[in-house]
Ligand binder design. Structure first.
Ligand code: AMP
Ligand code: MG
Length: 295
């Protein structure tokens, strides 16, 4: 998945603990094989090659995750949109490449989650326009973390932390105490701006410092506004806390795109979720349920 995975758990027996860890790592590999846009043999790559021409039948798992992705698109007024990749694939953050304004103007209409058609009867997917591409980078890590936690539970583990990049989920507590999860300072790798004591919850952070390059004073990073095809620029970091990592992952990316006002308004009407934002000035902002932290 192009990211660092970490698994910490408490087990009464070392062999059992290691077996559980191996099972989670294998699950991550399996999900990556199915959902990576970069692997030619993945189901997702098949969709990007074929679904504009014909309906493509997919696994139940991918179908369900696509359905969920579209639900987040509707919930966020299109801020979360996996067809961002129709333009997004033209960015290369390592090489410092961004699409030109002309390229962007031509391809922007291909970003629209409504181009994706799901047929539950045949469990097939089609794209209504040529050139549409999808990428699950804003939700698949959270999904994998949730799958990993479910596997640990099957292995009778009840205290654990799984992290994949910016997405984590905590099972139980940490020997009778909460886990302390830090929120990184966006412009300083080595410092944290807040530490949250958490149990039995998921937490995701999206930041403009993960994958980016700078050119002419503009920071080109990996979170793309579907409305413009350019990097969303109102925030530096968004952390979402909630019951499952699939949702916190999708919502952290969404709120990043929506910006502080619309983003916090969304989180404040979802009772299960809270948010910590860091805006362009470095100012922290909290959802209503966390405002006691704002002192
Ligand atoms: P995260 O670090 O969870 O915010 O995910 C960032 C990743 O989400 C990017 O690397 C892209 O793969 C993907 N992404 C970028 N912009 C969007 C968007 N507007 N909607 C959905 N996914 C996106
Ligand atoms: Mg995310």
């Amino acid at each position: 998945m192009g990211t660092r995975i970490s698994i910490e758990l408490w087990a009464t027996d070392e062999d059992r603990g290691n077996t559980a860890i191996d099972a989670v790592l294998e699950e991550f590999r399996r999900i990556d094989r199915a959902m990576s846009p970069y692997r030619e043999g993945s189901e997702l790559a098949l969709l990007n090659r074929e679904a504009s021409r014909r309906p493509v039948k997919v696994s139940r798992e991918l179908f369900d995750l696509l359905e969920k992705s579209l639900a987040f698109s509707r919930l966020t007024d299109g801020a979360f949109d996996i067809t961002f990749a129709s333009v997004g694939h033209q960015y290369d953050y390592r090489q410092g490449i961004a699409p030109s304004d002309e390229q962007l103007a031509a391809d922007l209409p291909k970003i629209n989650y409504r181009h994706i058609e799901l047929n539950p009867k045949t469990r097939s997917i089609s794209f209504k326009q040529p050139g549409v591409r999808i990428d699950l980078g804003g939700i698949a890590k959270g999904y994998a973390v949730d799958r990993g936690i479910a596997l640990l539970q099957q292995h009778h583990i009840d205290q654990a932390l799984i992290t994949a990049g910016g997405d984590s989920r905590i099972l139980g507590d940490h020997g009778g105490r909460p886990w302390n999860i830090g929120i990184r300072a966006p412009r300083d790798r080595n410092s944290v701006v807040a530490v949250l004591p958490l149990t039995n919850t998921a937490i995701s952070t999206s930041g403009d410092y993960e994958r980016y390059f700078e050119a002419d004073g503009i920071r080109y990073h990996h979170i793309i506004s579907p409305a413009t095809g350019r990097s969303a620029s109102e925030l530096r970091s968004v952390t979402i806390i909630g019951p499952d990592a699939t949702s916190t992952d999708a919502l952290s990316t969404s709120v990043f795109v929506m910006g502080p006002t619309a983003g916090l308004a969304l989180i404040d009407r979802l009772p299960a979720f809270e948010a910590v934002l860091i805006d362009r000035q470095g100012q922290m902002r909290y959802s209503i349920g966390l405002q006691s932290l704002d002192q």
